[in-house]
Design a binder for this molecule. Structure first.
Ligand code: FE2
Ligand code: FE2
Length: 341
């Protein structure tokens, strides 16, 4: 079957008619067909609108990214046409299991967890991500999906850990770079927690001068991790979106935004002159608690779900594109250095 492409140059369409033109064109498309949109600014809001207004799965790939001209190719994906009946059945069962977890009240959660365990045990990360994506498209909020993630991750923890350990990659592979950085970030999260505990135990700021200077260094370190997130967002996520995996990266992006705010708060607190012990502990304590818990979990999900899923999804050549983008964005001062040349 011949796939068609509809080209729309938004610069030539009046503001009032733009959405009508786009959605009319979208209706005309069959699975596999493309809508190519050119605009004078990033048409990103359209991605959210398409998700909100249609039930269609699509991939989203930038062909040109400004500054004056933006082109995006949106492919309407065949309605799960690549799945054989057994796979469809499996996905529906997985979605039903996720929904049951979603609806379980606190008193029955443990029981439901045990009952649905079997569906997660035989699921690979990509299959799980696609089931989650369909649920979001059907109306589950992203926030709720994040809570669900934590629950089913707990159920899958053992099996995922074994799987991700089996993947061997060269040190110069984008995923190796990210994972190596994760190890260093995790070490520093531990150090952060231990140092702060020590400050609390010493009970006064003048007794904790050494620990305070370590906290200061750590606040620099965590600001420096921003480039790691940026490489994920701008190097890896667009490739996943180009394969129609749009929702999971969105959840990770929202996490990143939360971390950035807290890291800045921590950094500002460490740069300010601190005189009052109680005030300092009260201000910095919740930030450190949030970072040590949520960032650690975020890293776990990336190592065990997002990255293995990416390795299953991207073609070999695409990893070269990812690596080029990584090089252009740059690395963190703590990135293991041997591949940077
Ligand atoms: Fe991340
Ligand atoms: Fe990461």
């Amino acid at each position: 079957m011949d796939e068609k492409a509809i080209q729309l140059d938004m610069r030539k369409v009046g503001m009032a008619d733009r959405l009508t033109r786009i959605f009319d064109a979208w209706k005309e498309l069959k699975g596999g067909d493309r809508l190519v949109i050119t605009n004078d600014h990033d048409p990103k809001p359209l991605q959210y609108m398409l998700k909100a207004k249609t039930k269609d799965a699509f991939s989203w790939e930038y062909k040109k990214q400004g500054p004056l001209e933006w082109t995006v190719e949106i492919t309407k994906l065949p309605p799960r046409g690549d799945l054989i009946p057994e796979q469809l059945e499996k996905r529906e069962k997985l979605k039903a299991a996720l929904k049951r977890l979603h609806e379980a009240g606190p008193e029955e959660l443990e029981k439901v967890k045990k009952e649905v365990e079997v569906y997660f045990k035989e699921t690979d990360p990509k299959e799980l991500a696609l089931a989650e994506q369909e649920l979001i498209q059907e109306g589950t909020s992203r926030q709720e999906m994040r809570r669900l993630c934590d629950i089913h991750l707990e159920v899958m923890k053992e099996q995922l850990g074994v799987k991700s350990k089996k993947i061997k990659l060269p040190a110069s592979h984008p995923i190796s770079i990210l994972k190596d950085e994760h190890e260093i970030i995790k070490r520093n999260l531990k150090k952060l927690k231990a140092t702060f505990e020590k400050v609390k135990a010493l009970g006064a700021l003048d007794k904790a001068a050494r620990q305070m200077s370590t906290l200061k260094e750590l606040s620099h370190f965590f600001v420096e991790t921003e480039k790691h997130h940026k490489r994920e967002e701008e190097g890896l996520f667009p490739r996943l979106e180009a394969h129609g995996i749009i929702e999971p990266p969105q959840i990770f992006k929202e996490d990143h935004m939360g971390f950035l705010a807290k890291k800045k708060e921590f950094y500002n607190a460490m740069m300010a002159e601190q005189k009052d012990f109680e005030k300092f502990v009260g201000a910095v304590g919740p930030i450190i608690e949030y970072l040590t818990k949520d960032l650690e979990e975020h890293i776990y999900k990336e190592d065990n779900i997002l990255y293995p899923m990416s390795l299953e999804t991207l073609e070999k050549d695409e990893w070269k594109t990812v690596r080029k983008k990584f090089d252009a964005i740059g690395y963190c001062c703590f990135t293991p250095a041997d591949f940077k040349k």
